[in-house]
Design a protein around this ligand. Structure first.
Ligand code: GLA
Length: 398
């Protein structure tokens, strides 16, 4: 998979229209796209009241649909052709294990209904994503925000972007059962071409920061080692942080690790009294401080220092937070040795993707050698894509 251009997305939509006609024996009336995301720095800080710095990318999820005049919602996915058309009724939006991938769209319908927003009719829908799923590029938030866009525009509900992101997070937390923060949905929903989003997860205040890549590319490196957050150690990390903060707050009063400086942490870490929890908390504090520093050097166009801070972020995630694993470490370490000025895992970790900032003229050789090292160690391929920073969810012309 390479860069997705405007022309590619036109042909993806055309292909979807044709498939839709075969599946539903009618023409779709609307088309939509919702991006995925990468996070440049600020990892596992969003549920710790810290800062994140993600951007939306041009890989994402597409949908075409037609309206129905009853309460049935039919959805087929080109990524799960074997499951055929799956359905639910607007009168019963409760979670069911057997729904599998359908839980993401269905959860969004439920979130809208829970807000008291009227769901006036059902749909026939076909979706298709070019984000590798389980790869840490937020395929689930992409689907959630796709349906946020569909429901908002179809029913003129006019929810704000922040509200839609919050509804998506609610689906993850209460419907799917992953205790994730707000970063992914916010990044997907508020994404803007050419900008990354500095988000303070404590206040939900955000700022668009232009990403001028000078003579560099952001290369996404996919381990092709899938993980579902539901069965990863994601929820465990979150509760470790909560426990550590509680221990600190026997002597102090910090609302979150996002409120602490590295000096504060030095002063109070003795209260934690548990080597594992100390490491988790140290990451939460240092990563937030590092993110703020990274943004300030980037604003001064110091991309080299930004790269070094990315490396430091990975090291903290590898040794203190312990969410990287052999596959991600291999790609990142090998990126450091082969011309990247910065590289780190992105997203939750435990497999999935890493990103690297690589000088334009080295990109080709970089992918070749890092790919070769990976194949030799693991016996299967890593994939490489160039990240295109893109806009949030949008309607597509049919
Ligand atoms: C996942 C979660 C996010 C965030 C990242 C780690 O992507 O969905 O909320 O916690 O992991 O930074």
């Amino acid at each position: 998979m390479e860069n997705i251009t405007k022309n590619d997305s036109v042909s993806i939509i055309e292909e979807l229209e044709n498939r839709f006609k075969i599946i539903y024996e009618e023409k779709p009336v609307k088309g939509y796209f919702s991006p995925g995301r990468i996070n440049l720095i600020g990892e596992h800080t969003d549920y710790n009241g810290g800062h994140v710095f993600p951007c939306a990318i041009s890989l994402g999820t597409y949908a075409v649909l037609s309206n129905r005049d009853d309460n049935l919602v039919n959805i087929a996915s080109e990524n799960f052709k074997e499951s055929g058309v799956k359905s639910f009724n607007l009168n019963n939006l409760e979670y069911s294990d057997s729904d599998d991938w359908l839980s993401y769209p269905k959860g969004m319908f439920k979130a809208f209904a829970d807000e008291g927003l009227e769901l006036k009719h059902g749909f026939n829908i076909l979706i298709s994503g070019n984000l590798p799923d389980g790869s840490g590029l937020s395929s689930s938030a992409s689907i959630e925000m796709l349906f946020g866009k569909i429901l908002n525009s179809q029913f003129n509900n006019i929810q704000s972007g922040v509200k839609l992101a919050q509804l998506g997070q609610k689906v993850e937390n209460n419907y799917i059962g992953v205790n994730s923060g707000i970063m992914d949905q916010f990044a997907v929903e508020m994404g803007r071409a050419g900008y990354a989003i500095l988000l303070d997860t404590n206040t939900l205040k955000s700022e668009l920061v232009p990403i001028k890549m000078q003579n560099y590319k952001i290369v996404i490196m996919n381990t092709n080692k899938k993980r579902g957050l539901k069965d990863s150690k994601y929820n465990e990390r979150r509760s470790e942080c909560e426990n550590a903060l509680q221990l600190i707050n026997k002597k102090a009063n910090f609302k979150s690790f996002g409120m602490m400086t590295n000096e504060d942490f030095d002063e109070y870490n003795y209260t934690i009294d548990n080597p594992v929890l100390i490491k988790r908390a140290r990451h939460a504090v240092s990563e937030n401080q590092r993110t703020l520093r990274a943004i300030s050097v980037l604003k001064n166009n110091n991309i080299d220092e930004f790269g070094r801070l990315m490396n430091a972020s990975h090291t903290s995630l590898e040794y203190d937070y312990e969410v990287t694993g052999d596959n991600l470490d291999n790609l990142v370490h090998s990126a450091w040795e082969n011309g990247a000025i910065g590289a780190r895992m992105t997203g939750a970790g435990f497999g999935g993707c890493a990103i690297a900032i690589v000088p334009d003229e080295k990109v080709k050789d970089f992918m070749k050698i890092v790919g070769k090292n990976y194949r030799e160690k693991f016996g299967y391929e890593a994939d490489f894509y160039i990240a295109n920073i893109s806009d949030g969810p949008q309607e597509m012309e049919l």
